[in-house]
Design a protein around this ligand. Sequence first.
Ligand code: UDP
Ligand code: MG
Length: 338
Amino acid sequence: MPLPRLCIVVPCYNEQDVLPITAPLFVQELVDLEEKGKISPQSCVLLVNDGSADGTWGIIEDLSKSDARIQGVSLSRNRGHQYALLAGYTVACQVADIAISIDCDGQDDITAMERMVDAYMQGNDIVYGVRSDRSSDSAFKRGSAELFYRIQHAMGIESEFNHADYRLMSRRALSALLKYHEANVFLRGLIPLVGFSSTTVEYVRHERMAGESHYPFRKMLAFALDGITSFSIQPIRFITFFGIIASLLSFVGMIWAFVNALLGNTVSGWASLACLVCFMGGIQLMSLGIIGEYVGKTYLETKRRPRFFIEKMTPRLRGEQRAASGSVTSDGASTKRD
Ligand code: UDP
Ligand code: MG
């Protein structure tokens, strides 16, 4: 079996502080793996510029000029981490046999890649990087992440515990993933749906090497909501169930109110009535919100908008893509030339 060609896919958004530190580390890992005879010498690091507003793309261009192993694509605007990854996977699927996605901030242990490649050679199409220790994350981030995984599992969504977006995928797993055309992309939930044989590799998560996190609480919450509502209709079922219970209870309440009115005690019921009205109002608003979330998702899906556009590529990558007889313009759709 020939040595697999590896493409390390790295989404980068406003990462001018950390990229010059981590890019050489990714290249070093490629060199090490090559020397150990585990991957092909044609392997590369693919830096995906997700519409950064700082000097990230300039740095990517310079890096690719100084090192033949570094290649880059630039999206036409900021599309968010998940779409940036998808863009990287789309290109990797054309130029490599396996892709490993990793954040560019150095938080994930780069040396775990060797074990991932080994697991691939043993016949796994997907290898999930799983954090064995999150002590570098704040107690709040750890706690909220754990709660999120538990809620997801309670809702029947398969996802790997403590796995972020550090994973290896074979070309056939990637091309299967690219056949999912949904607009609400939550890769951690989507990839287990693809199937194929998979395994996990443990690693220790570190602190960011430089720069700041792009996931403040507000974004994390939105991401978590997407992660649930993109895969499960349990919350709507829960509302229906709750609605039935509330209706039964209010039926009892009506009888109680009617009896009280007959007995001439009506004024004294004000407080309990007010409580009931507030409670039911809250429940109704929450229910409408959850239903609205799904209606909104359906609305976004029906538009079938392209998920990203690639605006620029480093020259070498352009050449390789031509050799692969197609070029990626958007959304994984390959446009044949000639
Ligand atoms: N990222 C991206 N687009 C965005 C936000 C983030 O491509 O709109 C990238 C970012 O450059 C990094 C990765 O996604 O490589 C994870 O982001 P970050 O480290 O800020 O998240 P955290 O690790 O704090 O959850
Ligand atoms: Mg990070």
